[in-house]
Write a protein that binds this ligand. Structure first.
Ligand code: HAM
Length: 431
């Protein structure tokens, strides 16, 4: 027998899981509408050059990269941001700003499969292009808060930082951008000693190393107080202080909002992507140690792709991880439950009428399954019960003569004869 299993790291979603995924996706789309983000659909396959440009070493190494039959070096998208930035740099160049764009779909990273980490996963992604104002940064945090609340999650917290704190210090010390990226990469992986060793190997001053060590050790629960502490540690590094001021403004606006949003500030926080220039954040629930979503400001990416200088901020939520968090928190799906019907013709000659009745039910918005296996009545009813269908519409010869059918309420085990014209009314009145 040939081996026809899924490829390692790829998963099938059976109906129940697929339904939950679509439910979460629906909530994400609703939030997009509420905040004025218009949905776009971009290709799963992009040029390697685009996806590799500023994505960061970690993701670049893990891309599914190959040559297509035309010899082009292509890759499966590991995230949406590069594709959206490409669009804004080219096709949407002349669109009035701010531009709010939403996308949802599958992404691919050759990560080691484990809880909450998959090689094919789904994101809902929001990008806000054209604004530098802190209100724009606040919006991405607020919509994330709204989305997670809407799916029913509780006790989530945001971890926040600003890449300008570390890069401000490193660039003032004259450290090259590629070394800075490596330092940030180690910081992201929580390999602080390796990050500091890299800095030590440069011409960096003792003051720089001392400041970095202090920052890594900074602990303060109150986000605004944390900013004060960081500012004190980073004094003398102009760009770093400017970055903290920006973070502080954003935190202040968030603290003044009606929403109670839990935030912790980490000055040594770094994310795996290289394009960030401003605040960065991730959101967590206590039941999982992996982020449900992450985002940040990236003011240079669109320029990198040949577009006009366009500041931007965005966030992406991991739909698979949100589903996992919902399982852990036992979050119920608030689904609209529609009454369903099974239409069962007793004999061959009733099939035509059964087909018409099924169609009539569907036209009225009642989900109807027609019995198509030539099962007898007993087996048909057993099958309908197994599938948790609410009503069996039994199309029999005697009833048909009077333009009627038998309707059996499968949950209550009650049966009555009803005129065909009244089937919809009978089912709907019971809803
Ligand atoms: P990211 O942090 O790489 O950011 O991914 C965002 C979210 O996608 C993560 O927090 C996580 O929930 C989910 N995710 C990432 N990798 C996996 C995986 N292997 N399996 C399951 N879920 C995963 C970005 O992708 C940026 N493009 C976000 C952004 C948008 N920044 C600005 N705009």
């Amino acid at each position: 027998m040939p081996d026809y299993r899924t490829v390692r790291g790829m998963r099938d979603f059976l109906p129940e899981k697929a339904e939950t995924m679509k439910y979460i996706e629906g909530k994400a789309r609703k939030v997009a509408q509420l905040y004025g983000y218009r949905e776009i659909i971009t290709p799963v396959l992009e040029t390697y050059k685009l996806l590799a440009a500023k994505t960061g070493e970690e993701i670049r190494k893990r891309m599914y990269t190959f040559k297509d039959l035309g010899g082009r070096k292509v890759a499966l998208r590991p995230e949406f941001t590069a594709s959206v930035a490409r669009l804004v740099a080219n096709t949407l160049k002349a669109e009035p700003k701010p531009l709010r764009l939403f996308c949802v779909g599958s992404l691919y990273r050759y990560d080691e499969p484990q809880q909450g980490r998959f090689r094919e996963f789904w994101q809902s992604n929001y990008e806000l292009m054209g604004a530098t104002q802190p209100e724009a940064d606040v919006e991405t945090v607020m919509l994330t808060n709204r989305f997670l609340k809407d799916v029913g999650l509780k006790n989530f917290t945001f971890k926040m930082g600003h890449v300008g704190i570390l890069t401000g210090i490193l660039s003032q010390e004259g450290i090259e951008e590629d070394v800075q990226n490596k330092v940030m990469h180690f910081m992201d992986k929580k390999q602080v000693n390796k990050a500091l060793k890299l800095v030590e190997d440069t011409e960096a001053t003792e003051k720089c190393l001392k400041t970095l060590r202090k920052l890594v050790e900074t602990q303060e629960e109150n986000p605004l107080k944390a900013c004060q502490k960081i500012k004190k540690e980073a004094r003398g590094y102009k760009k770093a202080v400017k970055a903290v001021n920006n973070l502080q403004k954003i935190l202040k606006l968030l603290s003044e909002s009606e929403e109670k949003i839990e935030i912790t500030v980490d000055p040594a926080f770094a994310r795996g992507l290289e394009y960030y220039t401003g605040i960065i954040f991730e959101v967590y629930v206590p039941q999982l140690d992996i982020a449900l979503g992450g985002g940040g400001r990236y003011n240079k990416l669109i320029e990198t792709f040949g577009g006009e200088p366009t500041p931007a901020i965005g966030v992406a939520h991991g739909i698979d991880r949100i589903m996992l968090a919902m399982q852990k928190q036992k979050t119920p799906l608030k689904k609209e439950k529609k009454k369903t019907a099974a239409v069962i013709p007793i004999q061959d000659k009733m099939k035509e009428e059964a087909l018409k009745i099924s169609q009539m039910l569907r036209n009225a918005g009642i989900p109807a399954k027609l019995q198509v296996m030539d099962r007898n009545l007993t087996n048909s009813l057993a099958d309908a019960n197994r599938r948790e269908i609410d009503y069996a519409i039994i199309v029999g010869e005697r009833e048909l003569k009077e333009e009627s059918v038998a309707i059996r309420n499968l949950k209550k085990r009650e049966q009555k004869t009803v005129k065909i014209d009244n089937i919809v009314k009978t089912i709907k009145n019971k809803e």
